[in-house]
Design a protein around this ligand. Structure first.
Ligand code: AMP
Ligand code: MG
Length: 414
């Protein structure tokens, strides 16, 4: 287990080192369950899936046209074939194609055994039961071969994989209707603080609304996680301790916000030192300096800062990769781009900063980023307007307008 010495005298911990420590401490959940495809989107495949059939199973037409045999083709001349039937998608031509004959065929319809070519309907002339093929007719075209997508017995999807809509389509194309996936990660989260007021209540003097809990609930929403919102726990040692111990019995992870720094009412540290093995890190990132990570019994614990922007940054940069690892999904790094910063950015050296920015792209494909506004760790309004982080390295001492910076977009749409 990681040690829990006082971080006061220690240098700030880099994000990379924190992630390495977390990575070493987390094993993916071992339980699995069988799900129908309808319920499997976003879940992590626990057993590789092999195709029970060739895809496609039958040779079929890649377009609407006429199926014929290249044997009937004479040199580079135009030729005529007799139309003897139709092969519909789902209703194959039942007869035997003889020399000098062709069939009308539609996309996806089975190509008669004796045919090896399909010509596009626009390229032929049809008069009653005669089809006239032009001199430049190309043979051996427009047929989808058996198994050209996937061969029977081949691996359709290898575990571990987070199932996408396309993956489900691929499984369905092979007729696979069930998959074995990792069980959901059970997560409990709550807010701590005497000042927090639940939504729907009037705000008394000195109080604030609890924004972290609804936000964290949203960040955690996803098919791989089963999330329990345990509400607000006031700054009361006994209540906090009871809540931690109770939640640790039924969950894989507890996430709290607030109370993890060194204020008078920040009890989380004291309590966890009694009932668990938890490290208190001072991270070299901004926002998000204080972070607690460790275990209560078998349950992982993340104590995030109280300030809402710091909650989002530490969740996305630290907790999200950890949860992904716990869920058994392959690790993935956030997409990073280089952009020209069109506003000057203030920064003091010492911590890696995740400033909130607004990304744009000009018609040549060049990226530009502007600050989203005030950067305090309590300022949710600018974060709500932003669509990317501007990642400024530890040693950076500010950015003049026009410099290149690294950005991490929140989504693929800007
Ligand atoms: P703390 O770490 O408990 O000292 O909290 C740091 C700051 O974050 C304080 O200004 C708190 O009022 C604020 N804060 C803590 N928890 C929440 C919450 N759930 N929603 C909004 N702000 C919070
Ligand atoms: Mg507090």
């Amino acid at each position: 287990m990681l040690d829990s010495c006082s971080p006061e005298s220690r240098p700030l911990l880099s994000l990379e080192n924190a992630l390495d420590s977390i990575k070493a401490a987390i094993q993916p959940v071992s339980g699995t369950e069988k799900l129908t495809l309808k319920n499997a989107l976003g879940r992590v495949l626990a057993e590789s899936v092999y195709s029970p059939i060739n895809i496609p199973r039958d040779r079929n037409a890649a377009m609407d046209g006429y199926a014929f045999s290249s044997c009937g083709r004479v040199g580079g001349q135009a030729f005529m074939l007799a139309l003897v039937g139709i092969s519909w998608a789902g209703r194959p031509f039942q007869g035997q194609l003889q020399a000098g004959q062709c069939v009308r065929i539609f996309t996806g319809a089975v190509v008669p055994e004796q045919a090896d070519s399909v010509i596009m309907q626009e390229q032929v002339q049809v008069h009653e039961q005669s089809v006239y093929f032009p001199a430049d007719t190309r043979v051996l075209q427009n047929i989808r071969e058996i198994g050209e997508d996937v061969n029977e017995g081949y691996c359709l999807l290898a575990q571990p994989k987070k199932l996408t809509a396309v993956d489900l389509g691929l499984l369905a194309s092979a007729g696979v209707d069930q998959v074995t996936v990792k069980r959901q990660v059970k997560i409990a989260h709550f807010s701590t603080g005497d000042e927090l007021t639940a939504l729907g209540r009037p705000l008394e003097p000195g109080k604030i609304y609890d924004s972290n809990r609804i936000m964290l609930g949203g960040l955690l929403a996803g098919p791989g996680y089963s999330v329990t919102d345990l509400g607000v726990i006031p700054d009361n040692k006994q209540l906090l301790e009871d809540s931690f111990i109770e939640a640790s019995k039924h969950h894989d992870v507890i996430i709290t916000t607030g109370g993890a720094s060194v204020g008078e009412a920040d009890y989380v540290k004291e309590i966890l030192q009694n009932c668990g093995k938890v490290n208190f890190w001072k991270m070299a990132i901004k926002p998000g300096k204080p972070l607690a990570f460790g275990k209560i019994g078998q349950c992982h614990f993340f104590g995030l800062p109280g300030n809402p922007v710091a909650v989002v940054v530490t969740y996305q940069q630290i907790v999200a990769p950890a949860l992904r690892q716990l869920s058994g999904a392959p690790l993935a790094k956030p997409l990073r781009l280089t952009a020209t910063c069109i506003t000057a950015l203030k920064k003091a050296p010492g911590r890696q900063e995740y400033q909130r920015g607004i990304l744009s792209q000009d018609e040549c494909g060049e990226f530009f980023v502007a600050t989203a506004g005030r950067q305090g760790s309590n300022i949710l309004s600018s974060m709500s307007q932003s669509d990317c982080y501007i990642v400024l390295p530890r040693e950076c001492a500010g950015v003049p307008a026009g410099d290149k910076v690294i950005v991490e977009p929140f989504s693929l749409l800007i």
